[in-house]
Design a protein around this ligand. Structure first.
Ligand code: UDP
Length: 375
């Protein structure tokens, strides 16, 4: 079986790296007839050393076979150029499957290029919905799902979202169904979290004593960075909270640029450059609380048994909210501070052992499904 994996943004390196490791393990354990040939296309959407290269090096992800170097463009030009270049590679490589991850421009470009060439598309992290069509990610994920042949859902909620849109579960059939095999395989990020937990490394770029409590914070969603009012309120809240507890914030390049443009400064916050995954895992595992607008980090907080405050108006990971692991606060200063004050006084006796994301078998399930569906 020949697979082309398309990736381009940080969370995709982490997710695809986990699946690639399973593919390599599969190849070691299986005879020649059952081998998987994986070819990796890096679109270039994220290209800084600490947003891209470090993940390939540290996580031992196979180096991309093709690097398209497409970045720094608006949505239209970026997606268009990716579509053109990915098509060229697909025509040359003729894979059985194109595998795309999540909800970025690289995801939709890869899926669309493959679909037009009648190459089967596998979408990992299918079925997630924020129900906010202003998010570029929401547009990308809905369209990618619609042209995927197999939709690998990470949660029951994702499956339900697809059923509500007219998709049918694998092995079911109904009238007017949307074709596409919907399977709940679990979340590949849980596989990764379990594996990398033992490899975590304390960051050395700044000093932090072993017994110091801190909040881990990340901000990068366009809805926060591109709205001056929201960004200002978040900055003010973080400055206020940092008077009580250290906040460590690996700063995304987009947020850095916006803060500079608006002359906003995070005075009391410990700002660091984006870190690699091994440092990140250490920070998650050792923090008191996570505050974020990241999708992936909301789940990682749960995997590492940390409470999370999410600086968004909605989330795709609703099971975390419903079960009390995560608090959705939006971007109002008072609400953020209030949520922090409540969390500070709460004894954390939540049952983090609940199996919301499949328990770490997602990559294996994906490989098994691909074999089953290719025959
Ligand atoms: N992450 C990282 N280094 C950082 C910040 C984030 O390795 O400095 C990881 C984080 O732990 C998670 C992934 O990047 O696994 C999330 O990426 P991001 O927040 O950029 O995207 P999202 O999950 O919101 O799509």
């Amino acid at each position: 079986m020949k697979i082309i994996t398309i990736l381009g943004a940080r969370p995709q390196f982490i997710k695809a790296g986990t699946v690639s490791r399973k593919i390599m393990e599969h190849n070691r354990l299986n005879p020649e007839d059952d081998q998987i040939e994986e070819i990796i296309i890096h679109t270039g959407q994220h290209f800084d050393a600490n947003m891209s290269d470090i993940f390939f090096d540290e996580m031992q992800i196979p180096k991309p076979d093709y690097n398209l170097n497409i970045n720094g463009l608006g949505h239209g030009a970026m997606t268009g150029q990716m579509l053109e270049k990915i098509e060229e590679v697909l025509l040359k490589e003729k894979p059985d499957w194109v595998m795309v991850y999540g909800d970025t421009n690289s995801t939709i470009a890869g899926a669309l290029a493959a679909s037009k060439l009648h190459i089967k598309v596998a979408h990992i992290e299918a079925g997630l919905r924020s129900f906010n069509m202003k998010m570029p990610e929401e547009v990308n994920r809905i369209l990618t799902d619609r042209i995927s042949d197999i939709l690998f859902c990470p949660t029951k909620t994702a499956v339900t979202n697809l059923e509500n849109e007219g998709y049918t579960l694998a092995n079911e059939s109904k009238q007017n169904q949307i074709l596409g095999r919907v399977v709940n395989v679990g979340d590949v990020m849980q596989d990764g979290a379990l594996f990398y937990k033992n490899l975590a490394q304390k960051p050395s770029s700044f000093s932090l004593s072993d017994d110091e409590s801190f909040i881990l914070c990340t901000i990068h969603r366009a809805e926060n960075t591109d709205d001056p009012k929201r960004l200002k309120e978040i900055v003010e809240a973080l400055n206020e909270i940092s008077k009580e507890i250290q906040i460590i914030l690996p700063l995304h390049p987009r947020t850095k640029q916006k803060l500079q443009q608006l002359s906003l400064s995070l005075d009391g916050v410990t700002i660091i450059d984006p870190v690699g995954y091994l440092n990140m895992v250490w920070l998650i595992d050792n923090c008191k609380l996570v505050m974020t607008d990241s999708g992936g980090l909301q789940k990682e907080a749960f995997f590492f048994e940390k409470p999370c405050i999410t600086l968004r108006d909605e989330t795709e990971w609703v099971e975390l909210i419903e079960n009390g692991f995560n608090t959705l606060v939006g971007a109002k200063k008072e609400k953020i501070i209030q949520a922090y004050n409540i969390e500070k006084q709460t004894t954390d006796d939540r049952n983090y052992k609940q199996n919301l994301y499949g328990g770490g078998q997602a990559s294996e399930n994906i490989i098994n499904e691909l074999f089953q569906y290719t025959q």
